[in-house]
Design a protein around this ligand. Structure first.
Ligand code: GLV
Ligand code: MN
Ligand code: MN
Length: 414
């Protein structure tokens, strides 16, 4: 594998893909089913074809897919990919770097002319982030038969437009989702290369991270229902202040996470109030909670304690609240045997590496319970991610490609 060429190809594609953004000059914003997503999908299709993949297509949920068929009949498929959607004002690497690396891996396998015991399928997933509908991993869940058709109608973006409606606008049919489900027995393994999105590898001077576990998470939208009243005339003890109540919960999230004492994290990343006026006590306040931990019990404890605060504050004032769970995901382990091959391959290449946990969610967590799944991280400069400053070295991405490529070669010799 000519590393300089791999590095150049990765750089060229990522520089092109970062232009498909609705916020030029303010990071990459490529929301699912948007015009920018369409342009990225079309570009990825072309790049997959150029890399020699066949049967390149876009499925009903907006995943872009291409294949290298096996040289043996009736065999399993190795799958590899990541997502092409982004958060709002995000970086040019989260997700998409893994897609570009997967295309490069397929190109290397095709060019090597090796005997392929397994087919290889490359996928650019849609809607991993959950930026619009809160749930996330729509593309990977569709392939694992895990999309709840009710969610397609129920989950809305912030303007009340459902996934179903967005799919229609995109030109696809929600009723085709069940047919996308793959038979997990037909999948030999799933690989994902991704930027670390945290500071561990960069600070430790390591080139590669081999993920051993992805944290579990719970995401929800809380709506506090208070009462709109005059901000000057209503005595403090007579208020049902929705923002006041929400702020009590939000300001306790750091303590809830710290008290788990196992690296658990809790975030409120979205707040919206009505009527949102300076001299009106808020009638309603919506906010999100994103709770993550390697231990499922910690997630449940953080959620239960947050609800207790909400309940108590509401009982004191006569306000009410609702919790809408958007995503509940258990912590998942990566495949031990594949981790072993990846580590051995790092040693053979003299790449510095370490095993590590992923605090970020990934499409891999959807596959992990169904098929052998492996994730390879590359360092994120200063740990920055989900922001325009996100950066990873093309050379590190090329090394990740080499590691996965050689691991897939070894698996084809099984
Ligand atoms: C996705 O990047 C997430 O971890 O929320
Ligand atoms: Mn990602
Ligand atoms: Mn992300």
């Amino acid at each position: 594998m000519e590393m300089k060429l791999v590095e150049e190809a990765i750089k060229e594609r990522l520089q092109m893909l970062r232009t498909f953004t609705s916020t030029p000059g303010h990071g990459v914003t490529r929301l699912p089913f948007s015009n920018e997503a369409r342009r990225a999908a079309d570009y990825l299709k072309e790049e997959m074809e150029k890399a020699g993949l066949t049967s390149v297509w876009m499925d009903a949920v907006g995943n872009v897919r291409g294949r290298l068929e096996a040289d043996e009949p009736e065999t399993q498929t190795i799958m590899m990919g990541s997502h092409y959607d982004t958060v709002k004002n995000g970086g040019a690497y989260d997700g998409i770097a893994g897609v570009v690396c997967a295309i490069e891996t397929a190109k290397a396998i095709k060019r090597s002319g090796m005997h392929r015991r397994y087919a290889l399928e490359i996928i650019a997933f849609n809607d991993e982030e959950g930026m619009m509908f809160g749930s996330g991993c729509l593309g990977s869940k569709a392939l694992m038969g895990m999309v709840d058709q009710n969610d397609i109608r129920r989950l809305n973006d912030e303007n009340g437009i459902s996934i179903e409606e967005w799919m229609h606008r995109w030109g696809s049919r929600p009723e085709e989702i069940p047919a996308l489900a793959l038979d997990a027995d037909q999948i030999r393994a799933f690989f994902e290369i991704h930027i670390e999105q945290g500071p561990v590898l960069d600070a430790g001077g390591k080139e590669i991270g081999i993920v051993d576990c992805i944290v579990g998470l719970l995401r929800c939208m809380v709506t506090v229902r208070g009462r709109a009243d005059h901000a000057g005339t209503t005595p403090m003890h007579m208020r049902r202040d929705a923002i006041g109540i929400a702020s009590k919960v939000i300001s306790r999230l750091d303590q809830l996470a710290d008290s788990q004492d196992n690296g658990s994290v809790a975030t409120c990343g979205f707040i919206r109030a009505y009527p949102n006026a300076m001299n009106v006590i808020a009638e309603t306040c919506e906010f999100t909670m994103d709770l993550r931990s390697r231990e499922e019990e910690s997630i449940e404890r953080m959620m239960a304690e947050a609800e207790t605060i909400l309940k108590d504050c509401c009982a004191e004032t006569g306000a009410g609240y609702e919790v809408d769970i958007k995503l509940r995901q258990k912590p998942v382990a990566m495949s031990r045997p594949i981790m072993d091959i990846l580590c051995e391959t790092c040693r053979e290449n003299e790449y510095s590496f370490q095993k590590m946990i992923s605090g970020a969610a990934h499409d891999s967590m959807i596959f992990a319970d169904k098929t052998e799944t492996a994730m390879v991280f590359v360092p994120s400069r200063e740990g920055r991610s989900h922001c325009p400053q996100e950066y990873s070295e093309y050379g590190h991405l090329a090394k990740a490609v080499k590691i996965v490529y050689e691991t897939i070669v070894k698996m084809n010799q099984e």
